[in-house]
Design a protein around this ligand. Structure first.
Ligand code: AMP
Length: 605
């Protein structure tokens, strides 16, 4: 078994504890050591704490734990659940029932996950002290990074961070994404000065709800402070690429502002205007430099050209975001891509203790203090039966086996009990007694461009809705597949259709097929539609009609590569380059959504 140990301690021990920052870092590293060395004991403590604090909740009382706080009783009596199992309870909380249903602590807000249920973001109840746990995990990131990239306290981070729309449930509880909640919290807004966490973006820009004004100001500040910037980042890779695209589209206006010292009149937010009056001063020399770098066609290595002291890009490029690595490499000239953290709305899980490894080798270590973690061995052929009446014994964090894949199940202080997150993780080794994981994938996600996650049934439903428009042309969709095209920024969904047109004289027109694209988009879940409408993080959906017989060719190709003819099913999503080439070579027409679908922050239904 590959057990690493004490990689973090020697540095911590040799770092002279000369100032408060290094003392803070040494403490953080020691904390990581303590947690990972005592993984099993910490997990036992965590489940004990969760069960004692939530003993009086309606949910736990249903399973007759009778006050037991040990993990054996918990595992024997409490079922493994999905969001849909909890939805009636969550709906009662959303409707204003303040009794202790899932958590004995009051639900402070709902965090809206990018995972959806019935087309809407899942609502994850959270409690006030969960914010402290998230903050604790954040506080471990820089001490680890500082071991590998020294000097990060000598400059700033250019991070493109945004808030998203928030709503209230019928019972008056705020519902918003976890990062919106974090950026709006006092912990973030009034964070004490830490030389390792100095950002170029003012809070006023991050907290501006208008995404254009927010991005414009953050980019402007990044340009003004370009020489101080030591790292460039966003949450996801797609977000950073959106920022680069924004620079491509807006560099002229940005350079004008820098040249004149006068802020673009499109920035109307008064708090941004006030803070920019202190930051923006005429600097024609800088404006000239930006013009020189941006005016041509050459955008290769634009990041180190504009921000020459950048040591790495801080974005998530694991999971669905791996598709952006080549584009990021192009813009960054191959700067390192450390992925620092693995987290979700339900629970923040852990961090990467070796951040400077290649993205394909990125491993996360779950911190055992964040929640109670169990694992379903992932075997798609023989899935473990998950009976509610006699719940199976799942594997504990400290007992995982290297080389095996597992599905993550969590129990949180906020009251989620044995909840399936949907992530599949591969154990790659151990750090002390804590397993390290490669993020493999999120279950059931077919297409993803940004935070959107579209599954096979959503795509199927969208196809059905769109193909209704073809009825009057006596035309039907014979076969289809899809691809998330990320060659453009923003990326977009491409749906390949093979059509059977009864009467070629009465074939569906270009306009009708464009309309089919829009109907498909209208059928997508709210995270997709928000990406299209509010965030501009997803481009218009495209239908590519392929020649008749293309899907048969696809089958022939698969069989030639060893697929069984009896078991062959057309893939509903393709990423394999030769198949994409085959499909693209058979395209007879391409059609795009003529407008954006409908989206408002309010939940449907
Ligand atoms: P959300 O609930 O919208 O916050 O999304 C959380 C999900 O995003 C997780 O369950 C993962 O599927 C995915 N995710 C979060 N962090 C990472 C990461 N570092 N690498 C890959 N996927 C991630």
């Amino acid at each position: 078994m590959a057990v690493e140990s004490a990689v973090l301690t020697p540095v911590a021990a040799t770092t002279p504890v000369a100032n408060p920052e290094s003392e803070k870092h040494a403490k953080a590293l020691q904390f990581i050591e303590d947690m990972t060395k005592n993984c099993g004991a910490v997990q036992e403590r965590v489940i004990g704490e969760i069960l004692s604090r939530n003993a009086n909740t309606e949910y736990l009382q249903r399973f007759q734990l009778n006050g037991a706080t040990d993990r054996d009783t918990y595992k024997a009596k409490v079922p493994i659940v999905k969001y849909e199992d909890l939805q009636p309870d969550i709906q009662r909380i959303a409707n204003g029932d303040r009794s202790p249903i899932l958590s004995s602590h009051p639900i402070s807000e709902f965090l809206t996950s990018s995972g959806t249920s019935a087309g809407e973001r899942k609502l994850m109840p959270t409690i006030a002290d969960e914010m402290d746990r998230r903050q604790l995990l954040y506080s471990l990131l820089m001490p680890v990074m500082n071991l590998y990239v020294p000097g990060l306290d000598k400059g700033k981070g250019l991070y493109f961070l945004f808030i998203k729309a928030e709503t209230k449930t019928p019972g008056g509880i705020v519902a918003r994404p976890v990062l919106t909640s974090y950026y709006k919290s006092e912990q973030f807004k009034k964070r004490p000065h830490d030389p390792f966490l100095v950002y170029t973006s003012p809070n006023e820009a991050i907290l501006c709800a208008d995404s254009f004004q927010s991005m414009y100001t953050q980019m402007l500040c990044g340009l003004i402070m370009r020489e101080e910037v030591l790292r460039v980042g966003a949450v996801f890779a797609s977000g950073l690429l959106r920022a680069i695209k924004f620079l491509q589209l807006n560099w002229k206006q940005l350079a004008d502002d820098i040249s004149s010292g006068i802020l673009n009149p499109r920035i109307t937010d008064s708090s941004i205007k006030e803070c920019m009056s202190k930051i923006l001063k005429p600097n024609p020399e800088l404006a000239q430099f930006i013009t020189k770098e941006c005016e041509g066609e050459n955008w290769a290595s634009i990041i180190p050209r504009i921000w020459p002291n950048t040591k790495y890009l801080d974005v998530i490029v694991t999971g669905a975001m791996a598709q952006y690595i080549p584009t990021l490499d192009y813009y960054s000239g191959g700067l390192p891509l450390p992925c620092t953290m693995y987290a979700s709305s339900e629970c923040y899980f852990g961090l990467n203790l070796k951040p400077m490894t290649k993205p394909s080798e990125t491993c996360y270590t779950i911190m055992p203090n964040m929640g109670y973690f169990e694992f379903i061995p992932h075997d798609p052929v023989n899935p473990m039966p998950l009976s509610r009446d006699s719940p199976p014994r799942l594997v504990d964090l400290a007992d995982l086996e290297v080389g095996k894949e597992y599905e993550l199940v969590i129990s949180t202080y906020s009251g989620l009990c044995r909840y399936r997150v949907g992530d599949i993780l591969l154990v790659t080794g151990f750090y002390n007694s804590a397993p390290q994981f490669k993020f493999i994938r999120r279950k059931n996600v077919l297409l993803s461009i940004d935070a959107d996650k579209t599954d096979e049934s959503e795509l199927q439903k969208a196809i059905e809705n769109a193909s209704e428009l073809l009825n009057e042309f006596d035309t039907r969709v014979v076969e289809y597949t899809s691809h998330g095209d990320t060659k453009t920024i923003p990326g977009h969904y491409v749906i390949y259709w093979e059509l059977h047109v009864k009467d070629p004289e009465n074939a569906p027109t270009h306009e009708v097929l464009n309309k089919c694209c829009l109907v498909m988009e209208e059928s997508m879940n709210s995270v997709y539609r928000q990406g299209r409408v509010a965030d501009n993080s997803i481009g218009p959906l495209e239908i590519r009609v392929v020649k008749n017989g293309t899907f048969e060719e696809l089958m022939d190709y698969a069989i030639s590569r060893g697929a069984s003819i009896n078991q062959y099913k057309p893939p509903r999503c393709v990423n394999f380059a030769p198949i994409l080439e085959l499909l693209d070579a058979r395209v007879v027409s391409a059609h795009f959504s003529p407008s954006a679908p409908h989206w408002t922050p309010e939940r449907r239904g």
